[in-house]
Each structure stands twice: as structure tokens, then as C-alpha cells.
Write a protein that binds this ligand. Sequence first.
Ligand code: MF3
Ligand code: CO
Ligand code: CO
Length: 293
Amino acid sequence: MNKSKVGRNDPCPCGSGLKYKKCCLGKDDGPTEDNRTAYARKYKIRLKDEKAVEGIRIAGRLVLETLDLVEAVIHPGTVTDVINTLVHEHTVKNGGIPAPLNYRGFPKSVCVSVNEVICHGIPGERELREGDIVNVDITTILDGYFADANKTFFVGSPGPDARKIVTVARECLRLGREKVRPGNTIGDIGFAIQQYAEGQGCSVVREFVGHGVGYEFHESPQMPHFGRKGDGLTLVPGMVFTIEPMINLGERYLRVLDDDWTAVTRDGSLSAQFEQTILVTDDGYESLTPYDL
Ligand code: MF3
Ligand code: CO
Ligand code: CO
């Protein structure tokens, strides 16, 4: 690109969405800096090449296969530690590593979050009961690549509150995912999710957000599930991140139990979540942990 053609107030050619003068003007590489370099320098975002995308895609297949195995044991009477054993053994048997195990001191291989537990539930002796909802969040490292996905399941037949919060949370991920394309911003995704969830009388958890993923468990950028249209950085092809809205039936506030992990709704209301690992493509998105929403 010819430097002289880019005005100080024009959009920066690096694709950041900032004005040129607020971005690459005067920087060493100038306006010819490509997305990979610019996003690494400005946001610490590591764009994924085709080899990395394929690695994450393959890890994602193992995550989904493991979620399907888990679904088959979700019924009244199942002890949550059984889910942990199943996830651990299936992951290892397939050459993977369960990323949660020992991650910042997390003691188990999967997060299992029942009813009012928003996220980071630690599997243990708790028995699932008829009418519960349970989120199972699986992150697998395979061949060095991380894929991260979760679903919320019904235990037996759901009551109206369980049906409502799970339906709304699933739709939040669907609507957020639909906003993923080059040129849209992180705020466009958060806005779509927040507007829908709050319109349904539910609330969006603020303390936990989606995240870049692939080379590591949690990379830049943070992906809030709330926000304003046009806010935040501009999506570019090669970004890989999770969208994982945590939606409460009551108020958005949480507290963390004495185990330092388990996050529960402050008002005790139900909370549900769905998560996928999403790649920004040239014309939209590809889920690297695809399942129907
Ligand atoms: N899988 C969770 C996420 O979606 C993170 C769990 S961290 C752990 O980002 F330590 F609790 F495993
Ligand atoms: Co995640
Ligand atoms: Co996760």
C-alpha cells in the first residue's frame, strides 16, 4: 500500500478499526504491516495459520466426541465424578490431555456445573437429580492444540425454568456466533447476546468471558458476552476464540465458593451456558467445535 494515500483520519489499513493516526501511522512497519504482525503487536493476538486451524479442528472433534459420551450418562443418580472419570479416560485414550487438570490449581479434568453453578464446578460426590440442569465444559489438548466447548444438559425431564434458561443460553451462543465475520467487532457479538438475553428477562454474567484459544487455554482477546455495537477490536480472518455466554434466570451477580473455583449465582437462580471454539474465516466463521444450536 502506498503510504501517501492513507489519510490521518482514514481507517487504518491494518484492519484494526482505529483511525490511521491512532494506530499504525508513524510505526516502523507503517500501513503495510499485515494483520498478523499488527494484531500481535497491538493486541497480543496470535492469528492461526492453516496448520494450527487443522490442529484445533482435530482437537475439537475429540471434544465433541467426549461430550457425546458424557450425554449418554446424564441421568438421575449419576455422580458428577463419573463424568470426570469418563472425560479423563476418553481424552487420554485418544492421545489427548484434559486441559483443566492442574490448570491454576483446578483439581479435576472437566468442569461440571449443576443448576445455580455458573461455571468451574468441581466434579465430586454430588448426584444428579431429576429436573437438574448440568453444564459439562471440556477443553482438550491434542498434538499441542487446544479446543474448548461446553453444553448444558437436562437431567430427566426439565421443568419450565430449566427449559427456559437452557433455551435462552443456547440461542445466545447462536446469535453471537452469527455476528462473527471480518469487519464486525467484539462489541457486535456481546451486544447481540446481551440484547437478546435481557429481552428474555434473563441476565448476562460479566465476570467470565470468552477468550482466544488454540495455542494455549486462554489467549487474547477477551470476548465479553455484553457490550455495544461497534465497540472493541475488529475481527480479522485467522482469529480463533470462544463464545461461551453464561446466562442467569435471575440477577447477573455471582459469588465464588470457599473452594476458590465454584461460581454460583448470588440469588440462587439457575444458570446455563453453551460454548464453541470459533474461527473467523474470509467471509464469516467456522466452528471448530461444531454442533447445532
Ligand atoms: N473451560 C473453561 C472455559 O471455557 C475454563 C475452565 S478453567 C478450569 O474457559 F480450570 F476450571 F478448568
Ligand atoms: Co472457554
Ligand atoms: Co470451556
